[in-house]
Design a protein around this ligand. Structure first.
Ligand SMILES: Cc1ncc(COP(=O)(O)O)c(C=O)c1O
Length: 432
């Protein structure tokens, strides 16, 4: 083992088999869509560094906002105290979230935003004198790596190991669709029928249905239609079940509108947001809820309090970064709203008739397609590591999810670089 490898092995990396992992690439700096490596090589970040970066790397406005805040107040306990960035950010977020959502609860990452939503949903019913301790989630869903978020992420490839530790849920099929899908109606009916069946039988015990609206991310960039979310909302109303939108990945323009809920015109009872919230600078998340939920916790009875919090809840630096990111998004929302058309132009030019890429789809700032391979569709499909390596060699950070290849770049990517990414995908996938 070389010195460097030994040194790097002291860090146990996420989602990584350390026995045979390639040494990680050392990144020296970032600028716009580019990451610059130790040896000076530049790589285009086509996945926004795990879907968090919105405006490009090292965006000055956000860096400056963090520096300014750091010189004023870096952190303060968020129980009994508050600060301007947290207050301001809450107000700003609520102007863009669905209008029924009136309160925000801060935490640190996507998993905890979901964890908070699950606990709020459960306790909401409890505070109303009802014991509803079950959830419905969707096949292929991924909601994070804490115990609660894993419990509702049964479709995740990482779920099996931890099954004995997790609570049981009801699972419904996700009506995954793509351009020119002639079976979409059938898939939606199958899913809705299964949901009706569960709700008719067990609705009194179901606290909430949780879904990644419009796009399941880690499950393979699987899309569903807005109408399905509308039908889901109607079912929840009918059966007195809360609806949770996990917009950890889809938030802040990713689906072409501020939130998937806005694009689908559906009001969830709870929404979880994180990732893009700070433009990719600092960890922060929010679970927003309706007044109906908030009001159910107002009581002189201690047991009705929401006893949940984190040391870094509403960190001022993260809130300042988030405000600066919102400023940028508000100053030009076309950076995300116009990207769907740009993706479609290049997809039609370079991928449409590709012999190996099927189920092509675009939603907002995201393009995805399945690579036809002899193996089954799976996160562990062997084409993923081979392609990942080829893409990197060609200067592109494109990280297939199994045999799903996708692009989710920062919004500042220009047409030339975006087109180059499509060309690289077309070329590398042709010979796999
Ligand atoms: C939809 C969704 N929910 C939750 C999470 C978990 O977020 P985090 O990795 O910040 O805990 C993710 C992460 O990819 C996600 O895509």
């Amino acid at each position: 083992m070389t010195m460097n490898a030994a040194k790097r092995d002291c860090i146990w990396r996420p989602f990584t088999q350390m026995l045979n992992a390639e040494p990680p690439l050392m990144v020296r700096s970032g600028n716009g869509v580019f990451l610059e490596l130790e040896d000076g090589k530049k790589i285009v970040d086509c996945i926004s560094s795990w879907w968090v970066n919105l405006h490009g790397h090292a965006r000055k406005e956000i860096a400056d906002a963090i520096a300014e805040q750091a010189n004023k107040l870096e952190q303060v306990i968020f129980a009994g105290f508050t600060h301007e960035p947290a207050e301001k950010l809450a107000e700003r977020l609520l102007t863009h979230l669905p209008s029924n959502l009136k309160h925000v609860f801060y935490s640190d990452n996507g998993s905890t935003a979901v964890e908070v939503a699950l606990k709020l949903a459960f306790q909401y019913w409890l505070n109303n004198g009802k014991k509803k301790n079950k959830f419905i989630a969707f096949e292929g869903g991924y909601h994070g790596d804490t115990a609660g978020s894993m419990s509702i992420g049964q479709g995740s490839p990482f779920w099996n190991t931890f099954e004995p530790l997790l609570f049981s849920i009801e699972l419904a099929p996700f009506p995954s669709t793509f351009d020119n899908d002639s079976f979409v109606q059938e898939k939606e009916s199958r899913s809705l029928n299964r949901l009706k069946e569960i709700l008719d039988k067990d609705g009194d015990n179901i606290a909430a249905i949780c879904i990644e609206p419009l796009i399941q991310g880690a499950g393979g960039m699987r899309f569903c239609r807005p109408q399905f979310l509308k039908d889901l909302r109607a079912l929840c109303n009918q059966h007195e079940v809360l609806l949770i939108f996990d917009e950890v990945m889809t938030g802040f323009g990713r689906t072409g509108d501020w939130f998937a809920a806005c694009r689908a015109d559906v009001q969830p009872d709870l929404i979880c947001i994180s990732k893009g919230i700070t433009g990719g600078f600092l960890p922060l998340s929010v679970t927003a809820c309706s007044s109906t939920i908030f009001d159910a916790f107002l009581s002189t009875d201690h047991s009705k309090t929401f006893f949940h919090g984190h040391s870094y809840t509403a960190n001022p630096l993260a809130c300042a970064a988030a405000i600066a990111s919102m400023d940028l998004l508000e100053s030009d929302p076309t950076v995300f709203s116009a990207m769907e058309a740009r993706h479609k132009t290049f997809m039609n030019k370079h991928i449409k008739d590709h012999p190996r890429l099927i189920q092509q789809r675009v939603c907002g700032t995201i393009f995805a397609a399945e690579i036809q391979s002899k193996e089954e569709d799976s996160y562990f499909n062997s084409v993923a590591p081979i392609l990942k390596k080829r893409f990197i060699e060609k200067g592109f950070l494109i990280r297939p999810l199994g045999n799903t290849v996708y692009l989710m770049p920062p919004y500042c990517i220009d047409d030339d670089i975006l087109e180059a990414a499509y060309k690289v995908i077309a070329k590398c996938c042709a010979s796999i």
